[in-house]
Design a binder for this molecule. Sequence first.
Ligand SMILES: [Zn+2]
Length: 49
Amino acid sequence: MNCWHCKTELIWGGDHDTEEDTQYSMVTNLSCPKCHSLVEVYLPRDAYD
Ligand SMILES: [Zn+2]
């Protein structure tokens, strides 16, 4: 996946379970090595229903 701003390939930072969130089950952190943007991707709990 590429950076929204500069289109550089993002670096995967890690996955975290969002147990306190009723709507999302996991968040994935990615960062851009060029412009240093931070991207968080929230996976819905019903993503694969
Ligand atoms: Zn970038």
